[in-house]
Design a protein around this ligand. Structure first.
Ligand SMILES: NC(=O)C1=CN([C@@H]2O[C@H](COP(=O)(O)OP(=O)(O)OC[C@H]3O[C@@H](n4cnc5c(N)ncnc54)[C@H](OP(=O)(O)O)[C@@H]3O)[C@@H](O)[C@H]2O)C=CC1
Ligand SMILES: CC(C)(CO)C(=O)C(=O)O
Length: 327
């Protein structure tokens, strides 16, 4: 299969290395220092199976990479519109596109019938501008449970077992879904196909929303956020608000609140990706993980007062120069 990994950060390098080692024809769309490293030394991935040094074809030109059967988009949410424009020359009629991106996806109301069918979410898709970039039949939804860190361009460490959950956005158990699942599984990454990707999305969003913004405000680790006597009360309030909204959209979060908090605390002294982005002065995924959820809540008149206060606080902290906040 001709596979392109668009975006060669922590997740992109992990997927590119594993898929390439499994014998797939993998090309990587990268830029800057990462592109230079991939061209000269390749990807260096350390994961639970050991160290992998993998040479892959890399380019910053979608035209040079050419038409692909499968494209994994592995960028942060704010970079999505630019990335969707970039990948256009790699699409043919049957190309499958899988955004491996945290948060509520821009296509949330596409592909299924319902009260809000075809609506767009302003926080992540203003005036439907993102939806217009890619016809939704190309899409397969995805939720990624991989913890990976980019130590340097093209150099990634990923110490936990990998899991990817995939689902058609119309919830069909299609042949192509199984085909892609198998490609990932053959690369040594546990891959599950689901007939309700939106349940998985809400489960991951609940994890992100209860930890990522608060980690930026407090600089706390996952273990601290979910177990500190005071912080965990706040986390629990946000969790209750998210669970109510998810349920109102007919989604089922996979864990009860008690188990959810236990699992969070059990993740240990880990910095969230949002705290890492904050420390690296990168744009935060606050819209996809946070403000999109507030918009969905507003649509069905469910208040999320605690979540809103925390998001606004995080937004303010992120808007301040890093040196001022650290002094
Ligand atoms: N890392 C993790 O453990 C997890 C991440 N996720 C989610 O997965 C998604 C990807 O995360 P992650 O891999 O960590 O992010 P990274 O920031 O490590 O990587 C994103 C990559 O996308 C590249 N990129 C962005 N725009 C372009 C462009 N226009 N052209 C070429 N390359 C581009 C960046 O390049 P450059 O470096 O040049 O900017 C960077 O290499 C996010 O939504 C994240 O929340 C989910 C679970 C865990
Ligand atoms: C580890 C976890 C689940 C915390 O929300 C995550 O996905 C992140 O850091 O972005």
């Amino acid at each position: 299969m001709n596979i392109c990994i668009a975006g060669a950060g922590a997740i992109g390098c992990t997927l590119a290395a594993r898929l390439s080692e499994s014998g797939q024809n993998v090309k990587v769309l990268a830029r800057g220092a990462t592109l230079e490293t991939l061209k000269s030394t390749g990807i260096r991935l350390t994961d639970i199976d050991g160290e992998h040094t993998v040479k892959v074809f890399a380019s910053d030109s979608a035209e040079e990479i050419g038409p692909q059967d499968l494209i994994f988009i592995c960028c942060k949410a704010p970079a999505l519109p630019a990335m969707l424009k970039l990948i256009k020359p790699m699409l043919h009629e049957e190309t499958i596109v899988i955004p491996v991106v945290n948060g509520i996806p821009w296509w949330y109301f596409q592909g299924v019938e319902g009260r809000f069918s075809g609506d767009t979410i302003q926080a992540i898709d203003p005036e439907g501008s993102v939806s217009k970039l890619l016809p939704h039949p190309h899409l397969i939804g995805c939720v990624v449970f991989i913890t990976a860190f980019r130590n340097a361009p093209g150099v990634v460490t990923s110490t936990n077992p990998h899991l990817i959950v995939l689902g058609e956005i119309n919830h069909e158990m299609s042949d192509r879904l199984e085909q892609v699942r198998k490609v990932i599984e053959d690369a040594g990454i546990e891959a599950r196909a689901t007939d309700n990707i939106r349940d998985q999305i809400w489960t991951k969003v609940a994890a992100n929303l209860t930890s990522n913004p608060l980690s930026v405000v407090t600089k706390g680790t996952l273990e601290q956020l979910y177990s500190d006597q005071r912080l965990k009360l706040l986390v629990r309030k946000i969790l209750d608000e998210v669970m109510l909204v998810a349920a109102a959209y007919g989604a089922r979060i996979r864990f009860d609140p008690y188990t959810f908090m236990e699992l969070g605390a059990g993740m240990g002294a880990v910095k969230t990706s949002m705290l890492q982005d904050y420390e690296a002065n990168q744009t935060l995924e606050l819209d996809a993980i946070g403000y999109a959820v507030l918009e969905l809540a507003e649509k069905i008149s469910i208040p999320m007062p605690t979540t809103k206060q925390l998001l606004d606080l995080t937004h303010f902290v992120a808007s301040q120069p890093l040196s001022n906040t650290q002094s």
